[in-house]
Structures are given as structure tokens and as C-alpha cells.
Design a protein around this ligand. Structure first.
Ligand code: ADP
Ligand code: MG
Length: 392
């Protein structure tokens, strides 16, 4: 009879079991809290899953059965799955993120650039208005800011910033972002002739377009890259987390309770692609009429409620304000058009809050230094984003 397998052998075999969503093996991700073997060759493997109803559960269980079952001396494999605690989940997510960062395909976004994706469950809640005003408000804080319009065929940022410039590529085929109102901008709207042409291009894979905007644009050394996400969840969000694992998300929601369900879905998706949610921005909140009375046309409290259920801060509350509409329509966002108004101040406060929660890398002097050092150490000559940017 074969000898009893050792714990090391079992762990070694478990390295062949991969959590496809988290992109790592279950051992390195810390998903194996315990392993035991009895003398008669029965192996019990405990597996902690990020969530109990993990869609990958049966695959992980079956793989475990097969891999461990193949070790000589194993007679039976028992798999005991359980859900992780909040703490464990946070740890596994951060391991997965680190790993993803190591494996991420190189983009031209500097490793020190903070990436803030502005998302929501559905269209029309004000993602684009928020992206543009937050980006401008950050630039007003003397930060270097880029804005990527990732709503590839539903772009609206060029109009909101009132720019009709075109994107151009140099001989190296590297695209130079347009500069508008002090921020760097890339949008499909700066390539196609009109919204009609855009419609013709719809067949193109969205994630490919996003990939190009990240890999072929000389973003330079931005402090923040704000990304205006298309409505809903899906391809673009997955592609973004694959390409830029440092991306984090601000979820925009309206104050009515019904909006929470959709917003929760985005946040859930963000988590599954291990994109942390920084906070919730409530838009279209109280409307202040000429008499100074505030009317809650779209209900109230939704932002707070969502933030609480996600365990993240409410980063701001933007009033329902016609200046936001007119600003967007005339290419002069409210933060610039009416900087002392209530909405502009609300956006400025939200921008400050976000930059506090996710400080610019240069402010975290120590971390930033270490990051730069690491970057310098592993950059193969000429291959690093930074060197490409510097050549230009
Ligand atoms: N706080 C607000 N008050 C009034 N109108 C707003 C506000 N935020 C956005 N809007 C308007 O709502 C519409 C949708 O906003 P938009 O930013 O394009 O949303 P999304 O990008 O989520 O589809 C636009 O006409 C915009 O001007
Ligand atoms: Mg939009």
C-alpha cells in the first residue's frame, strides 16, 4: 500500500487548482485554510470561497477532487467549502490585485497614476457630467489629470468640454491626447466624424477600443486618470480591470431607492473584477428653487443607503441643477462656468474627498519612492510605459 500523502504534496497538487475569476491558484490566493489526511488515505480540504454562492464553486471543487485524488495513496477526497469572512475576503482581493498588477499587460498609463473609474448601473444618472466636473475640479487642485471617455460609442465628453480637436498619432503610432480646459482627453468622439459615423462602427469590439486607448496613448505622468464608464456592467469593466488593475471605482447613483439595486450590481461587478469601490456619489439630489427651498424631486437618502450597504463613504451629493445641463451643452462644465455656485462647490468637495481617499502617489512620499524604485528596477530597458512617454 502506498504511503500516506503529506500535506506538502497536497498543497502542491492544489496549486493546480485555479480560481479563474481571481486569476490565481487557490494556495497562493490563501483560499486553503486547512488540509488534513487520515491514515486510511482520506484527505479533507477546506476551501474558503470569496462568496458562498461563488459561480466557480463546483469547478473549484471538481478540480480539487481530481488534482488531490491523483496523488498516490489518496483514497478519498472530501472538499469542505465555506464562505470567507470580510477580513479574509479583503486579504484575498489584495493578493489578487497584486498578482493582476504583476501580470497586467503593459499600458502607457504610468504605474503611479491613480485610476478612478466613474460607473453606474444605468445610463442617464450623470456619470459623464460627474466625470468631467470631477476631473476639472481635480485639475483645479493643481493635479495633473487625464479623462478617458470609455463610453466608446455613446461618447459625450468632447461636447461637454466644448472641444472639436482631433486626436493625432505620431510616426510611432502613439496617440497624443487632446488638451482641453487643462486636462488631457481621449474619446472616440475625437476620432469619428459624427455620431452617425460612430453608429457605423458599433460592431467593433468595445474592449479593443479601450485597450487601444490605454496602450497607444501617451498619457504621460498623470496624477489621476478619470474614466467615464459606459452604462452598466460588462465587457469594458472586465477589460479595464485586466488592463489597469490599479483602477478603483466611484459609483454614481440618484437619490431614489429604486436606483440602489442597479448601483449595487455595478459595485458587485467591480468587486468581482477586484476593483475596489472608493465611494458613492449621489447625483440629482435636492433641487433648490429660487426661494431657497430644497425639493427632493428624486427622493432622498439613496446615496447614503448605498454607501452604507457597500461599506464605503458617500463622497458627495450633487444637487439637481439646470446649470449642469446647460454647462454640458455649451461645452463649459459648471465647475468652470459657475465655480461659486452650489453644484460646482459640491463637485469640488467630492473631488477633494476622492483625492483624500486615494491620494496622488506623489503625496505618499514614501510609498511613491518605493514604487518608483521598484519600477526602475523591473523596467526592461525601453519596454516600460515611462520610457515610451519620455521619448516623445
Ligand atoms: N445634477 C444634475 N442636475 C441636472 N441635470 C443633470 C445632473 N447631472 C446630469 N444631468 C443631466 O442629465 C443628463 C444625463 O447626464 P449624463 O452625465 O450624460 O449621464 P450618464 O453619463 O450617466 O448617461 C444630461 O442631460 C445631464 O446634463
Ligand atoms: Mg455618459
Amino acid at each position: 500500500m502506498a504511503r500516506m500523502p503529506t500535506n506538502d504534496q497536497i498543497l502542491e497538487a492544489l496549486r493546480g487548482v485555479v480560481d479563474p475569476e481571481l486569476g490565481g491558484d487557490v494556495v497562493e490566493l490563501g483560499m486553503i485554510p486547512d488540509v488534513s489526511v487520515t491514515e486510511d488515505g482520506t484527505v479533507t480540504v477546506g476551501i474558503a470561497l470569496t462568496i458562498a454562492e461563488c459561480p466557480m464553486r463546483s469547478q473549484i471543487e471538481q478540480d480539487t477532487q481530481r488534482k488531490v485524488g491523483a496523488i498516490p495513496g489518496v483514497r478519498e477526497v472530501r472538499v469542505e467549502t465555506r464562505a470567507m469572512t470580510k477580513q479574509q475576503r479583503a486579504e484575498v482581493m489584495s493578493t489578487a490585485r497584486l498578482k493582476a498588477r504583476e501580470n497586467a499587460e503593459p499600458t502607457l498609463v504610468n504605474a503611479l497614476t491613480r485610476v478612478i473609474a466613474v460607473g453606474s448601473g444605468k445610463g442617464g444618472v450623470g456619470k459623464s457630467s460627474a466625470s468631467v466636473n470631477l476631473a476639472l475640479a481635480m485639475a483645479d487642485l493643481d493635479l495633473k489629470v487625464g479623462l478617458l471617455d470609455a463610453d466608446i460609442w455613446g461618447f459625450s465628453i468632447p461636447r461637454m468640454l466644448g472641444t472639436e480637436q482631433r486626436l493625432e498619432a505620431g510616426e510611432d503610432r502613439i496617440i497624443v491626447p487632446v488638451e482641453a480646459q487643462g486636462i488631457k482627453l481621449v474619446s472616440t468622439g475625437l476620432i469619428v466624424e459624427s455620431e452617425e459615423t460612430a453608429l457605423m462602427w458599433r460592431g467593433l469590439m468595445l474592449s479593443k477600443a479601450l485597450e487601444q486607448f490605454l496602450k497607444q496613448v501617451s498619457w504621460g505622468d498623470l496624477d489621476y486618470l478619470v474614466i467615464d464608464m459606459p452604462p452598466g456592467t460588462g465587457d469594458i469593466q472586465m477589460a479595464l480591470s485586466r488592463l489597469l488593475p490599479q483602477a478603483e471605482m466611484v459609483v454614481v447613483t440618484t437619490p431614489q431607492k429604486a436606483a440602489q439595486k442597479v448601483a449595487v450590481r455595478v459595485a458587485d461587478m467591480a468587486r468581482r473584477s477586484y476593483m475596489p469601490v472608493i465611494g458613492v456619489l449621489e447625483n440629482m439630489s435636492g433641487f433648490e428653487c429660487a426661494h431657497g427651498d430644497v425639493h427632493h424631486l428624486f427622493g432622498r437618502g439613496g446615496g447614503d443607503e448605498l454607501a452604507e450597504s457597500l461599506g464605503v463613504p458617500l463622497v458627495g451629493t450633487i444637487p439637481l441643477d439646470e446649470h449642469i445641463v446647460s454647462g454640458g451643452d455649451r461645452g463649459m462644465p459648471v465647475v468652470r462656468a459657475n465655480p461659486d455656485g452650489k453644484s460646482a462647490r459640491a463637485f469640488a468637495a467630492a473631488a477633494r474627498r476622492i483625492t483624500e481617499l486615494v491620494p496622488a502617489a506623489r503625496d505618499e512620499t514614501c510609498t511613491a519612492r518605493v514604487a518608483r524604485l521598484l519600477e526602475a528596477l523591473d523596467a526592461p530597458a525601453g519596454a516600460h510605459p515611462k520610457s515610451v512617454v519620455n521619448l516623445g
